[in-house]
Design a protein around this ligand. Sequence first.
Ligand SMILES: [Zn+2]
Length: 507
Amino acid sequence: MTALDSLSLTPHAFENLGIDSQTSLADTALRLAQKSGASYADIRIGRNQDESAYAREDKLQYFNSTFSAGFGVRVLLDGSWGFAGSRIVSETEVARATAEAVENAKAARLLQTRPIELEDIPAYRDRWIMPVAQDPFTVPVEEKAAKLLGINAAALKAGADFCNSQLWIVREEKLFASSRGSSIHQSRVRIWPMFTVTAIDKQTGKFATRASLLPARQAGWEYAAAYDGEAEAALAAEQAREKLAAKSVEPGVYDVVIDPANLYLTIHESVGHSTELDRALGWEADFAGTSFVLPEMLDGLQFGSPLMTVTADRSQEGGLATIGWDDDGVRGTEAEFPIVENGIFRNYQMALGQAQLIGRHRSNGCAYANSPTAFPIQRMPNISLQPGADGTTLADLIAGVDRGVFISGSGSWSIDQQRDNFQFGGQVFWEIRNGKLGPMLRDVAYQARTVPFWNSLDGIGGRDTYELHGAFTCGKAQPIQIAPVGHGAVPARFRGISILNTERKDI
Ligand SMILES: [Zn+2]
């Protein structure tokens, strides 16, 4: 029993486990791992704070606050990974888990088909604390509840029959230390205020919904405070009423113009997940499968039209995947790379030890573990569709369409087991006639295959139309790990896309 044992278990105790004590625990793990023959070892010690609130109409239905602390030790022994973690942050437990990680590596070695080779990564002794103007965890519950109830009241006043609103806040703090000499302390916060309004036609029993379009962000409370949720809720209530009375779309082939609040999700599912190297290699098949994008397609596949450039980064301000270093210790500012460049597929997302499998020299900052006790796996950085250079506006894109549909906001979606054939709904849709927006439509979804879809891209907004969106809860792996991912996008126009009617049963 050491003095550190008494600091385990409770959030309060972890608060007292200062950076020096964490560094001392990390030293213990790395020393023991190397003594056991590991050629590489790292440890993450950290804690996650999570707060969520849900209000329906005039009632706050729940307010939930959780805290989890822990650590995870990873070792490479004779080319095989071993891992173990614990929720008890103490010297004894770190020693026990390190021994267990070594035993796990020895067990994995028996099944090894090819030894894992790690590339060199520079060592860093640094810290990255995301700046926030107002720490959202210090804002009183009453203020958060008032924000949500104000949104609901505005929606009801504007004609909604129901409105529910939610607020989700997460803070991650971690120390990463590796046997290569890194010791990196980081902290970041993300926040997502959101709502859904419902309008009902009491004669027919039909209903229509409209969800908020405000993106989730890495930001402090200032982001929620500046958000005029009441104005958006009033607009959403009016649009839900309008949607209720709107014409159901006639299925067929149309030109479509898609706004960033919808397109970010299509980028996420069809470009983000399809270019994850673990899916391409068949190592990962959970959450919609492997990938049609095979390693031999690198630098050859015409993924999209020449207007399509999709880049990955860890540094966009506010991006949900922005961080100083990833969970392999790769520096964020050195982890920017093109995935698709002027239409050509250029790079996979990779975690430590994966680059050599496809003849590349180093990974590119795509490792993340959603808790200190989870193994870091390859996850998306911020992945964004780059703007056109010509200052094209949304109106310009619409002006180029004789018969089409404009799609805004993300809705339901599905994609096949190779990230190829997909369909996406949305929140609100308008007919485009002779270059102008016409009446609202309902029951719209667009269906396509990934490569033909992106090759049909023939118009793209300029820098002024760029918006940063993102997925707050991207799921991957077994057991499931949740990751936040940022996606920037501009409005874009696609030619000859199949539009489905989501209500019709006869097609
Ligand atoms: Zn995802």
